[in-house]
Design a protein around this ligand. Structure first.
Ligand SMILES: Cc1cc2nc3c(=O)[nH]c(=O)nc-3n(C[C@H](O)[C@H](O)[C@H](O)COP(=O)(O)OP(=O)(O)OC[C@H]3O[C@@H](n4cnc5c(N)ncnc54)[C@H](O)[C@@H]3O)c2cc1C
Length: 401
């Protein structure tokens, strides 16, 4: 049987980010042996993704960025645009392939880390650690013993929740014939589109040049749409709102992210820790997870270096989760008009402050001030409804058709 100190299951955002941190030198008692396992090409492997996140100035993964912006804009339903400079923050876009290549380069310098293609079938307790039962590329069943397992396989069941909305979206990477986009500004939310009941809908435009951009249609609502509905919305936005004219679609991406107030376990068994989406990294009110995944990876790596129990910290503070639960309930119940809510927030609170808020980096007083910029009565009613609403089982969503 093979042995490793650490097994990381899955090489998506969370697995790669953790392996990357663990590859760096600086272990007091010698570097641990680490095996990074990822499913072979097939149904378990998610389509290649594009991740956006923000951070202060230069960052660890800058060499892999596809683009970044200092200026963000939000369009209300009335078409009014609010553009704000977010310096010293930068809104960054990274694509899976370049991120993976960057991490692979770093892993090549770290002989204590091995990357292996295998499907993990289950993880069971075994002495001071776990057995990771896997099926290798050649179809042979094997067992790997590990002291610690960090598991990013998507959860089969979601934790019981009071509210679970879906963030479902489809994006087109477009190339226009004539210059249409302003590559200095990313459109974070554009509400010039019909709003669904019990949720919200918006477009997202991330220009990488004057003629290329990722244009995405997103809904927060109870159920995904048929694929042609997203395409219809995208076609309409490009033609009627952006006036894009002739264009080609060079690539697409789609996804569905549960936005839930369920509580994710940070330890699923002794020495076994869910990470990434499985570990609750998705911020319930926004669907962003990449930054929380980076914080999680850094904390685990620090704990292992210090010889401490590497229990990942909660990805989002209790206060953030409580506020998000109220917003989710407000949206799902229809008490809160989502487009008006976000339009008002972005119109009255400096964007940089809001981004810090979404990262959980604001003080209670700042959070209170932000709360005053939300529709107070519907939010108070939603808070009361949240307190009395029972947590119920949730079925994980299917990918959009
Ligand atoms: C299309 C899309 C776009 C997103 N964009 C953003 C964004 O812009 N910003 C942001 O902050 N968040 C974004 N998110 C949310 C979140 O950041 C991503 O879902 C992110 O990929 C989550 O990382 P993860 O490692 O938890 O899961 P994944 O990236 O899904 O990785 C899971 C890994 O587990 C592996 N795996 C699965 N089953 C097995 C098995 N049995 N054995 C071995 N390996 C297995 C898979 O191959 C995969 O590599 C997006 C989500 C989606 C779906």
């Amino acid at each position: 049987m093979d042995e490793a100190d650490v097994v990381v299951v899955g090489a998506g955002a969370a697995g790669l980010s953790l392996a990357d941190r663990l590859a760096a030198p600086g272990y007091a008692g010698g570097a641990p042996s680490v095996v990074l396992l990822d499913a072979p090409a097939g149904p378990l492997r998610p389509p290649r993704r594009t991740w956006c996140f923000w951070e202060n100035g230069a960052g660890r993964h800058d060499a892999a960025l596809a683009a970044s912006w200092h200026s963000l804009r939000v369009h209300g339903r009335d078409g009014r645009g609010t553009r704000q400079d977010i310096a010293p923050l930068r809104y960054k876009m990274i694509r899976f392939d370049t991120f993976e290549s960057l991490v692979d380069e770093r892993l090549a310098e770290a002989p204590h880390i091995t990357r292996r293609r295998a499907t993990v079938e289950r993880v069971t307790p075994a002495g001071r650690g776990s057995h990771v039962h896997l099926r290798d590329d050649d179809g042979r069943a094997r067992v790997l013993h590990a002291r610690y397992v960090f598991d990013s396989r998507p959860p089969r069941v979601l934790p019981p929740a009071r509210t679970c909305l879906l963030q479902h979206f489809r994006g087109w990477f477009v190339r226009t014939r004539r210059p249409v986009f302003d590559p200095r500004t990313a459109d974070l939310m554009d509400f010039r589109t019909p709003q669904p009941p019990g949720g919200l809908a918006f477009f997202y435009v991330l220009p990488t040049s004057t003629t290329t951009a990722l244009v995405e249609y997103t809904q927060f609502s109870a159920a995904v749409l048929p694929a042609e509905a997203y395409d219809r919305m995208l076609r309409g936005h490009l033609a009627d709102v952006l006036g894009a004219g002739a264009h080609e679609v060079t690539d697409t991406e789609s996804g569905v992210i549960p936005m839930t107030d369920g509580r994710f376990a940070r330890r699923s068994a002794p020495g076994v820790f869910p990470i990434g989406v499985a570990g609750g990294a998705v911020r319930p009110s926004t669907g962003y997870a990449f930054s929380a995944i980076q914080r999680q990876a850094a904390a685990i790596s620090e704990a292992l270096r210090a010889g401490r129990d590497p229990l990942p910290p909660a990805p989002h503070s209790r206060r953030s989760r409580a506020m998000d639960a109220v917003l989710l309930r407000g949206l799902a119940s229809g008490r809160v008009d989502g487009a008006a809510f976000f339009g008002q927030l972005f119109g009255h609170v400096p964007m940089e402050r809001l981004l810090h808020f979404l990262d959980g980096r604001t003080t209670p007083a700042q959070d209170f001030a932000i709360g005053l910029r939300t529709p107070i009565l519907p939010m108070v009613r939603s808070a009361l409804a949240t307190a009395t609403h029972p947590r119920r089982p949730v079925t994980p969503p299917a990918r959009p058709s």
